[in-house]
Design a protein around this ligand. Sequence first.
Ligand SMILES: [Zn+2]
Length: 341
Amino acid sequence: MIGPERKAYPKRARDSRKHGSLTVDELKALYEKSRGKVIVFTGAGISVSSGVSVFSSKGGLYDRARRKFKVKDGMTLFSDRFYRKRTKEAIQFFAELGLEVRSASPTSTHFSLVDLEASILRHVTLNVDGLLPRAGASIWDPVKNPAGKTIEFHGNLQDTLCVSCGDIQTLSLSDMKKLKAGKDILCGQCSKSLRPKIMLYDDHDGELITPSYVWDVLKADLLEAELVLWVGISFEQSASVSYYRRVLRLAPALKMVVVNPSEEALWNLKSALSEIPGPERLSSVLEESDSFFKALVEGAGPSPNQTPTHKHRKFRRIVTSHSSSSDRSSPSALREQENLN
Ligand SMILES: [Zn+2]
């Protein structure tokens, strides 16, 4: 996680009853049964094998920035307050993060999610690493691409936002280097200064990054959905817990499955809930996202219009030769997004 905020929910005693554990094959069968009616939420875990190592590693960029700015936690670095107070330095820091992420490659999970877009009703990612659009995902945009399947809920480090006219652009490498060097990049439409399009805690420009009516879009999706997967989300951050709660509120009868290699994710979630849904409503699969999606894609087989492009196949080879780390982390949710709720 970018900001390793840990919400101090009291841990529930782990009961001996297995809480709706599913095998990958069982979830695959559920997925097939609900084909076209599946909503997927993804978090930092899906980028673990991407080579993004700067965020949580000791001595990494985040660690260095925390010491440089003399702040005690991640929430401060990614807060609107800090951004307003030290705007230039904050922008330089985000540009540095963006440049680091740029050198990472999408994982096989990112490509699988692109391949599965036709059989998924919606994909909501909490990650800001921008690896999904690089893998070819169709990114939802209320104006430019309302039919997009994937919603980058917290923005994307590779994009800039003009708070004056609302224009959003993807940064070129040279512009990102300029931002890192402390130079201004001006909006092509209105010549005002640009800011990174990532959601900060209590972001005053949040409505321009992810408009609150995105929940109307999700509400409509949830009315159609049969299954919601929470993949690579540790539920250590209160934002992801609040999204879960909101989805539960909007669709209390939906089947939800947490997919994570660590059982901590489910326990974190359960610890944060006042009432735990039964195993018919909430269950888990203990699996890494790369192998889980590999199994899913193999079972589904690519649909005719989803045959991976040459570019994808080339990228896949790069990813395969790149996926060596197992404990790296990547950027993810940044916001106490209660005001989106
Ligand atoms: Zn502008």
